[in-house]
Design a protein around this ligand. Structure first.
Ligand code: CO
Length: 212
């Protein structure tokens, strides 16, 4: 891990590397951003956004919080979705969870965790919705991994519930919402292959905000 001072040394090296291959690198960055992707991930230090995707500055709009939760009363997450969809016109929205997520683990423990309770409640709700499937998994680690995946799926649905996503999709065919899991143990990025149009259709009976 770099020392505090080394971080600035690293930064100087990074500037030198970037400008060695492209002199205009930072001049171009200063012109503005036009990312195609919105990445919503966990704050966990192991589950980085750009690095695991091999993406460069300017390519991914990023939102991270504990356990990649999309709550409709979270002004921060709602603003990120609104801005990236209506102003940046991102084509893909990715919700990326990760195995061995501390937030998901904490939500599996039936105990009072103070100020974390309302946040973890979002994951406990995912557990409740999928209780039958989860309770049928006897292996605790497999159950934990499955809850990570189901949490990604439910948070994708929460993204699809927003008016911004529904309206933009109906008028332009974008954005498409995807669910991924990052496997901390292997480094692998797994596409859960969530069927976006099917999920959208599935919620429209109750959450149809796409019509004007
Ligand atoms: Co996490």
């Amino acid at each position: 891990m770099p020392s505090y001072e080394q971080i600035f040394e690293n930064n100087r090296k990074w500037i030198a590397e970037k400008t060695a291959t492209n002199e205009e690198f930072f001049a171009n960055l200063a012109k503005g951003q036009n990312p195609k992707y919105l990445y919503i991930g966990c704050s966990d230090s192991r589950a980085t956004a750009e690095e695991l995707m091999g993406a460069q500055p300017g390519e991914v709009f990023v939102h991270r919080n504990i356990a990649n939760i999309i709550s409709n009363v979270d002004l921060n997450a709602m603003s990120v979705i609104e801005y990236s969809v209506n102003h940046l016109h991102v084509e893909h929205i990715i919700v990326c969870g990760h195995y061995f997520c501390g937030g998901v683990k904490a939500a599996m423990q039936p105990q009072d965790l103070g100020i974390l309770n309302p946040w973890l409640r979002n994951i406990r709700d995912v557990y409740r919705i999928h209780k039958e499937e989860l309770n049928s998994i006897k292996d605790e680690e497999k159950k934990y991994m499955r809850l990570v995946e189901l949490n990604v799926e439910e948070q994708c649905i929460n993204v699809i519930k927003t008016a911004a996503v529904q309206k933009e999709y109906l008028s332009t065919g974008f954005p498409i919402v995807h669910g991924w899991v990052f496997n901390v143990k292997t480094g692998e990025l797994i596409d859960l292959k969530i069927n976006f149009t099917e999920k959208l259709k599935g919620i429209q009976e109750i959450y149809n905000l796409g019509t004007v």
